[in-house]
Design a protein. Structure first.
Length: 418
């Protein structure tokens, strides 16, 4: 029981768990019991997977070796150098297939320690390398990601801003109509202009203007023309300040008053109202996607892409012939990888050499340096998926050991924990 507890949760947590089960044992005893577990004999393993893991991230790394037939880890090595891995392969002959990442040290180790074994480059690492090349290409053409600015032309297409008439707001129209009706009703009763002005609390000149106006449209037109005449010299300035973000009518009135304006703030407010309405109703252009977003759109499965993202990607590719070509190359490589048509890789690389971006051509140069392993990885069913799973498992087991993760103890737990 002590051995099982030590393998499962290591020392400190194991001591707490054992105490709850009525077993009084120290954490050092638990670890000592785990270390004393005898090693299993390593039998001939025809299909191996190797990868590195961090004992101390950025400083100390080891190598895990996995039997891909059973999916079990069989050994942990103290480093990730070519000599150490090669010596292990010499000591344990019989490997026929070795799955690995793109690291050159592992390639040299297999070539030396198991020269007859077929090396298989992991497809996940190949795809990740391709994504890196695609991202570099997107960064180089990031100017093409921005959608063209929406046109602000009006009917004749010659003005930056539409001509906005000085239309009084609804309150002014209603008030003018009410006063016009009241003035004319009192005037028909025989009242003089002075009497109407006293009763309605209006200026005599205002009453006289209402009496002589046949209808309210005439009054509104007069107000409209007066306001337009007063603001004509300041319209350009008001538009520029509004576009710059200053939308406060009182502040703008003070500014143009200093420039010679003699009208009221109400006239300025009426002039700004259509501009505010245009801003509220103007469609908001979509935000320019980041290079990471576009890289993800280019490299994910088309069926997993949302319709709107697919449309945005199509628009970007229509604007950028370079990214359109990259999209076609990505699809070609994905088809080779998914269908395991490694024999088509040479033709794909030739096409990239002729029409691909500089980053993709560099990716192809790397493929050619490791061509046999890459072709095997794109042809055979074997891959390093189980190895990556055990690397993640090693990370979890290492965290449980609270910084006491020496290689021997970690090796016992990784290999013997079911």
């Amino acid at each position: 029981m002590i051995e099982a507890i030590g393998l499962a949760v290591a020392g400190r947590a194991g001591a707490r768990l054992a105490a709850r089960l009525g077993i009084h044992v120290s954490r050092d005893t638990l670890l000592r019991v785990v270390r004393s577990i005898p090693d299993r004999p390593i039998e001939t393993t025809p299909i191996l997977g190797i990868d590195d893991f961090a004992l101390r991230r950025g400083h100390v790394y080891g190598t895990v070796i996995v039997d891909l037939t059973s999916g079990r880890p069989i050994d942990l090595l103290p480093d990730r150098t070519s000599n150490t891995v090669s010596a292990w392969l010499h000591a344990h002959p019989g490997a026929e297939i070795v799955c690995r990442d793109r690291a050159g040290a592992y390639a040299d180790a297999v070539r030396t320690g198991a020269p007859d074994a077929v090396q298989v480059a992991d497809r996940w690492h190949l795809w990740r390398n391709l994504i890196g090349a695609v991202e570099k290409t997107v960064i180089r053409h990031r100017a093409d990601l921005r959608a063209p600015a929406a046109s602000t032309d009006i009917s004749d297409g010659t003005a930056d801003h539409p001509v906005i008439p000085m239309v009084p707001d609804g309150r002014l129209t209603t008030r003018t109509r009410e006063r016009h009706a009241a003035v004319h009703e009192l005037h028909t009763q025989g009242m003089s202009i002075s009497e109407i002005a006293r009763q309605l609390n209006l200026d005599r000149r205002t009453v006289r203007r209402f009496v002589h106006a046949t209808d309210t449209d005439e009054l509104l037109a007069t107000s409209r023309m007066a306001g337009a005449t007063l603001l004509t010299a300041h319209e350009v300035y008001l538009r520029e300040r509004f576009d710059a973000g200053c939308t406060d009518a009182a502040r703008l009135t003070r500014e143009i008053t200093e420039r010679g304006y003699q009208g009221s703030a109400q006239t300025v407010r009426r002039f700004l109202q259509p501009l505010r309405t245009a801003v509220r109703t103007r469609p908001v252009p979509p935000r320019t996607p980041s290079t990471r977003q576009v890289t993800m759109w280019l490299t994910c499965h088309p069926d997993d892409l949302a319709d709107k993202d697919n449309q945005r990607l199509t628009d970007i590719c229509d604007r950028s012939p370079a990214l359109m070509t990259v999209r076609e190359h990505i699809r070609g490589f994905a088809e080779i990888m998914v269908d395991r048509r490694g024999h088509d890789l040479a033709e794909w690389m030739t096409d990239v050499d002729a029409t691909g971006s500089s980053a993709l051509r560099s990716f192809v140069i790397g493929l050619r340096r490791d061509l046999d392993a890459v072709t095997a990885g794109l042809t055979l069913v074997h891959n390093s998926g189980p190895v990556e799973g055990h690397v993640n498992r090693i990370k979890m087991l290492k965290r449980q050991m609270y910084g006491r993760a020496n290689l021997d103890l970690l090796r016992k737990r990784v290999i013997h924990l079911e």
